[in-house]
Every structure is written in C-alpha cells, then in structure tokens.
Design a binder for this molecule. Structure first.
Ligand code: C2E
Ligand code: MG
Ligand code: MG
Length: 757
C-alpha cells in the first residue's frame, strides 16, 4: 500500500478504530458482569490476543516506518495474556504461579519498552530536554513507587524472597514506562488519535500496576479479577490506536520544533520535583533504606535540574549563533551575504590606509551559468556555485571580504594599490577559467568582473555606491566579450541612465502608438521582381525623430518589453499583408518576413500568438517567414528549440538571419527545423572584389542546396554584386539596389508596377 493510502482509506479506518473501541467496551461490560467466571477469563484472553492481531493488521494496512516497534507492542499483548492466564489458572500458596506469570509479564514489559523506545529512536526530533524531563518525572514516580509500594512489598516475609523481590519490581518497571511515555509525549509535535490512544493504554496499564502494587503491600499477589479491567481496556486502546491511520505518525519525525518549555510540561514536572520533599514528610519513621532512597532521589532531581538549566542556556546560545549565522550568510556557499558584506566594506572604508591604497570592489558574474542551470538542472547549478565560491575564497588576498550577492553573482572587496587590484582580478579570472571538475560533471566556465574603487570617488564613497558602480562596469565586461574585467568609469553611469530612460520611453511609445513598420522588398534576382517584404520596425520619437531598431531593440530585449513590441510587430505586419493581398497589391505567393529576437523565441506563447494573428487576418502560414538570429540556436536549450518546432508545425518558414556572423555551424542547421538562411551583408559587400567572400557565399549555397534550404542575400548595393550572387546560385536578394525600407504607402508605389507587370 502506498503512502497515500491512509488518507484514501480514512473513512474505513475511522470505522475500524471506532469499531475496535466499541467491541472493547462491550467486552469490558461482559468481563465485569461475568466477573470471576471462566467466561470473564475467556473474554480477557480473547481481547488480549485480539489486540495483538489488530496491531498486526494495522501494520499491514498503514505500513508504518519503522514497523518493528508496533510488532513489539503486538508481542507484548501476547506476553501479558500469557502472564495473566498462568497467574490465574495455576493457583498455589507459595507464589510459584505468580513466578510463572512473571516469566511472561516481565518480558512483556521489556517488549513494550522496546516498542516505545523504537518510536523514540526513529524520531530524530527527540531532544535532550525531553529526555531530562522524562528522567525527572521517572525519578519522582520511581521515588513514590519505591518508597510507598516496592519497599513494603519486598519486605513482606513468609514467601520465597524471589517472589517478594519480583512483586517489588513492577513499580520500578512502571517508572521506566513513565520515562518512555513522557519522552514520547515531550518529543512529538504531531498528536493524532493513535497517539492519544497509546497514551491512554499506558495510563491504564499504570493504573493496573499501581492497583496491584497497592495490594502487594499487604502481601497479596492476586486480587479481584476486576483488577485486570484496566489491562483489558488498555489492550483495546492500543489496538484501536494501531487501527487508526495516524498510527504512522508515532515513529515519524516531528515537523515542528518541539517546545522546550510549556505549561503542560511544567505541570507534569512540578509534582516530580516535589516528590522527595513530600515523601520526606509523609514517611513517619523512615528506615535506613528509606533515607538512602530519598537522598539518592533528591540528589538525582537536583542534578537533573542543573543539567536541564545548563543545556537550556547552551541551546539558547547555540540557537542565537545559528540565527546570527543564517541572517548573515548564504546558505549554499557559506559566504557572507550582502548585508554582512556591506558591513565589512564599511569598516574597510573607515580604516585609515597608506597613500596609494584604496578600497577596491569587484562585482563578478559568471558567464554562461544560465546555460548550465537550464541544461543540467539546478542541482548542477548549485554545484558550480559552490565550487566557484571555494575557488574564490582560496584565491583572494587575506583580509578580503567576499560574498554571494545573487544567483551567480559574487562581490569581493579588499584594500589594495591599483596594480594589486588588477592582479586580484586577473587571478580570479585565471582560477575560474580552469575546468570545474565536480563529482557529477565537468564544466568550463568564466566570469565577467566589474571593478570600482574608492580612489575615484571624491569624498565619502559608500559600500553601496561601490557595489553599484562595479555592477555597472560588469555589464561593460560582458559587452566586451566576457571573461574579462573592466574598471568603472562615470560615463558608464550615464549610459545606464540612458538605458533606463529609453526603457521608460519605449513603454510610452507602445502605449501612444509611436511605432511604425517599414517594408523592404525581397526580390528574385533573375527578374528583379519582389516576391516578399521584410517588416522593419521604426520608432517615430516625438523629439528625436526616427529611431532605428539597432539602438532600442537591445534595450527592449533586456527589459523584456520586446515581447510586447514583438506582438505589435506581428499584428501590424500581418494586417498590412492581408490588406495588400485583398487589394491585389501583391499576389498570393508574396511573403512577409518578420524579425524575432532571442528573447521572443524563449517565450513559449509565441507560436500561439502568431497562430492567432494568422487566423485573425486570414493569412496562410506558408507566406510568413520568421527571421531569427544564429545565437538563438546556440543556447536553444532553454525551451527555444520547442518554440522553433512549434513555429514550424504552424507552417511558417524559419530563416536564419545575418547568416555567417555568428557561430554558423552545420550541426545547428540540421538540428533545428529551419527552412532557409539569409547571407549577412558583410559577405555580400565584398563580392566582385574579395575572393574570400565569394568562397564563403559559394560554400553557403552548396551547404544550403544539400540541406534543401532557401538562400537570400542581404545588403545588395549594385549590379555587380547581384551578378556574382546569381552566378554563385543565389536566387533571392534584398538591398538598396531594389529599394530601401519604406512606409507602406511608399512600398505600394515601389512594388505595384513590377508586381502587376
Ligand atoms: P536585419 O533583420 O538584418 O535587417 C536588415 C537591416 O539591414 C535593416 O536595418 C535594413 O534597413 C538594413 N539594410 C537593408 N538593405 C541594406 C543595404 O543594402 N545596405 C545596408 N547597409 N543595409 C541594408 P534596420 O532596419 O536598421 O534593422 C536592423 C536590425 O534590427 C534588423 O536586422 C533586425 O535584426 C532588427 N529589427 C528590425 N525590425 C525588427 C523587429 O520588428 N523585431 C526585432 N526583434 N528586430 C528587428
Ligand atoms: Mg531580418
Ligand atoms: Mg540581417
């Protein structure tokens, strides 16, 4: 049965547990009514054995982990029944029957201790304070049992000493029972019906034992059969507990921390503490044994209280340390967190430094970490971060402050001269460049470092300023090709400000319709006739005039606004194409190319959005071409490959833009469902004069033919380039030779005569 079984079985389980209690109550009724007859004895045996079986059934039903403590409790039921039967049936005066009974009952206790101990041991949550409190109560109870019950019972003469000794042992066993039960009670934070039923069983057993012990002080070894009633009820309680789904919680770990101090706990401990004093008063003429027992008990209580107090203080201090550590450190790497690091840098800034020495702050961001995280999983990502943290800690100069300030971002700070600081950056880069060999993977990684120094700040540089500037410089290091360092320059701050402003302005542009599409024809080289158009976005800024995409698309990419802008482009381009198709401006094979940036290709909603737009404007997917950049295919692991596949399934064409400028690899073209390539204009520019460019174009054509991909050449300026392209086997072109990107109206006049011709 699975873990979920208890919940799904809950109704039956409640019925089972309740049924067991009802049967137990009925049996108890019969037992009392038929007191002292064979029927009563039979009922007792039946209930005892039945409980043992019920526990086994409960184990089968709920599969508790661990199961063996329950098995012990089941066996204990059997042993107790055996003891009771032998004690009742073999009657004699010398107490041999009692001895026979003990030979079952005492192992029964041991089994029960094992069971309860098993529950305790399987709880890692069992705490020292719970053990001490249990011991305190056990000592108190032990004192009461020993002085009031065991000592008098053991000192009764006229029977074999072993019988007297054994009669005195039961109260001691009960002390152990008290200890275990209280420990169980103090170390659990989850108390279900099974817990309460088990506690009920233990309380009943204790009552039964105390009753026997009280009779035992008079020299009796057996009494009224009604004395066994608590045991009978105890059997029923433990069986009902085992049949309840919450029985699995007994050996389970507590989810919540257990309170070391609580009112119920104090109420339980207080009488135990008072026991030695109360007993000292109660026992009128204490014997030497009584005094020795009292003194030992009293000393034990005091010692336990001392240990309790000391361990409470230790625990508090440890918790305080732990809390402070957690509040100031990164849990994954153990490095300082931002708050602690700022404090460290502040104290560095406050320290007087020799001339030429300043505080240097390094902001470090791993290159390509996202790729590792996305492709190998977060576990691998965590491994990389931990290893990087270890290496950093090992290679920074002594006294440097080092922190993890973000997912794959670290901050270092130290006091150094200019050349020393540069050496630190170089050393960090060198250390990280070495392949990270970890148990589960090997990863090549590098970092980009931005550096800021208090030397460049007139007057009070703050730790926050330094980190912010180093962060800004880090972006420059990324832009400069990664795996390098860049020192902050105030001009960079200006650039960041511009970016933020551009982002805000772009949001406004989207809302106030400042975007427009320009269209540039794509022609068949042999005829010069347009077969399609590329939609190119323009930003008509109210003050700056027309802004070209190269200056705002990267900003929109970074902020994520490109998703909304891209959606606008799709709609505007398809709406225009639909209009032209309807008006007959273009024929039905005329296609529209739409540029899609990397960020858009990571958006899983793109295919559905495009599909909806196609349906809305009733444009067949075959006349729409999505232009993507090569870089997308390099890290297509993060879902972009799925988006590409979905786009292809939609039926649109997929073309690699600016082909040849990125990491052009044949493998990518085969791996992803692209339908064509657009040769970058840098290769077209040299055609007719540069033989290398010619060779490249020839290779691209050969490769595309082999892979059945279409080829378009971009940036064609003159007839010579066109002729070379045609001679090399390229069939389509785009460029100023045939027309610059133009407004929709201008485009219509540009293509109308040729297309209808
Ligand atoms: P692209 O997709 O490679 O677009 C071609 C670029 O080359 C256009 O620049 C176009 O005006 C220019 N061009 C066309 N013919 C010639 C020529 O004969 N000579 C020269 N020198 N240039 C030519 P534009 O419009 O400034 O676009 C630049 C880039 O911005 C585009 O490169 C494209 O990557 C991106 N872009 C444009 N519109 C969008 C858009 O709607 N969404 C996205 N995500 N990116 C866009
Ligand atoms: Mg393009
Ligand atoms: Mg291009």
């Amino acid at each position: 049965m699975s873990q979920a079984a208890p919940t799904s079985m809950a109704p039956t389980a409640f019925k089972l547990s309740g049924l067991c209690l009802a049967l137990g109550a009925a049996a108890a009724g019969v037992y009392v009514a038929a007191s002292d007859t064979m029927l009563a004895a039979a009922v007792f045996v039946l209930v005892g054995l039945g409980s043992g079986v019920a526990i086994l059934y409960g184990m089968r039903l709920y599969r508790p982990v661990p199961a063996w403590p329950w098995a012990c409790l089941s066996a204990a039921c059997g042993a107790f029944v055996g003891g009771a039967v032998l004690r009742g049936w073999v009657q004699d005066s010398a107490g041999t029957s009692s001895l026979l009974g003990d030979s079952f009952t005492i192992p029964g206790y041991v089994l029960m201790f094992l069971g309860l101990g098993g529950f305790l041991a399987s709880r890692t949550g069992a705490r020292k304070h719970a053990l001490i409190d249990g011991l305190l109560v056990a000592v108190g109870a032990g004192l009461v049992f020993t002085l009031l019950l065991a000592v008098p019972a053991a000192s009764i003469g006229g029977r074999p000493p072993v019988v007297s000794a054994l009669a005195g042992i039961y109260p001691m066993l009960d002390s152990v029972l008290v200890l275990l039960v209280l420990n169980l009670a103090f170390s659990t934070a989850r108390r279900g019906p099974a817990y309460y039923l088990l506690m009920c069983c233990m309380a009943l057993m204790l009552t039964g034992d105390v009753a026997y012990a009280v009779i035992g002080t008079t020299g009796e070894l057996t009494g009224s059969p009604l004395l066994d009633l608590p045991f009978l009820l105890g059997f029923c309680a433990v069986a009902a507990g085992a049949l309840h789904p919450s029985m699995v919680d007994l050996g389970g770990r507590a989810d919540l921390p257990v309170q070391a101090w609580s009112v119920p706990r104090l109420l339980l401990i207080a009488p135990a503490l008072a026991a030695p004093f109360v007993l000292a008063v109660l026992i009128r003429q204490p014997s030497l044994v009584d005094r020795a027992v009292l003194a030992t008990g009293g000393l034990l209580v005091v010692a336990l209280l001392l240990i309790r107090a000391v361990s409470a203080v230790q625990g508090y201090v440890a918790a305080q340390h732990q809390y402070e550590y957690q509040a100031t450190h990164d849990p994954l790497t153990g490095l300082a967190n931002r708050a602690l690091w700022f404090a460290q840098v502040r104290s560095m800034l406050a320290q007087p430094a020799p001339p030429g020495v300043h505080v240097w702050v390094f902001f470090l961001d791993l290159d390509g970490f996202k790729l590792v995280n996305d492709s190998r999983g977060h576990g691998a990502g965590d491994e990389v971060i931990s290893e990087v943290a270890r290496r950093l800690s090992a290679c920074v100069p002594p006294g440097a402050a080092i922190a993890r300030v973000g997912g794959d971002e670290f901050a270092l700070a130290c006091q150094a001269r200019h050349d020393e600081a540069i050496e630190v950056a170089e050393e960090v880069l060198r250390t990280l460049r070495q392949t990270l060999r970890m148990p589960t993977l090997n990863v090549a990684i590098s970092a980009s470092i931005g550096i800021a120094t208090s030397a460049n700040m007139a007057g009070g540089a703050t730790a926050e300023d330094l980190l912010r500037d180093a962060d800004t410089a880090m972006y420059q290091a990324k832009a400069a090709g990664r795996d390098t360092w860049v020192i902050f320059d105030p001009v960079m701050r200006e650039r960041v400000r511009e970016r933020i402003e551009t982002d805000l302005a772009l949001r406004e542009a989207l809302e106030t319709h400042q975007f427009e599409l320009a269209f540039q024809p794509i022609v068949r080289l042999s005829t010069g006739r347009p077969v399609g158009a590329e939609a190119l976005i323009r930003w008509l800024h109210p003050e700056r005039g027309m802004v070209l995409p190269t200056s705002f698309i990267p900003v929109a990419e970074e902020s994520g606004l490109i998703i909304d802008i891209g959606r606008w482009v799709i709609h505007a381009a398809l709406r225009q194409l639909a209009q032209w198709r309807e008006a007959g401006t273009v024929d039905h094979g005329f296609s529209m190319s739409i540029n899609v940036s990397a960020r858009q290709l990571h958006d899983p909603r793109l295919p559905a959005d495009l599909g909806a737009a196609l349906a809305q404007y009733r444009v067949p997917p075959s006349v729409v071409t999505v232009e993507l950049t090569e870089s997308v295919m390099i890290d297509a692991t993060s879902g972009a490959d799925q988006v590409m596949n979905n786009l292809r399934e939609l039926g649109v064409q997929l073309v690699v833009d600016d082909f040849g400028t990125g990491f052009s690899a044949l493998g990518y073209l085969r791996k992803y469902p692209v339908t064509g390539v657009k040769i970058d204009r840098s290769f077209v520019a040299g055609l007719g004069s540069n033989t290398e460019d010619e060779a490249i174009v020839r290779a691209v054509v050969a490769m595309s033919t082999a892979l059945h991909l279409g080829v378009v050449a971009e940036g064609v300026h003159d007839e010579r380039q066109r002729d070379v392209l045609e001679a090399l086997g390229v069939r389509y072109g785009q460029g100023w030779l045939w027309g610059r990107p133009a407004t929709a109206d201008a485009f219509e006049t540009m293509v109308a005569p040729t297309i209808t011709a």
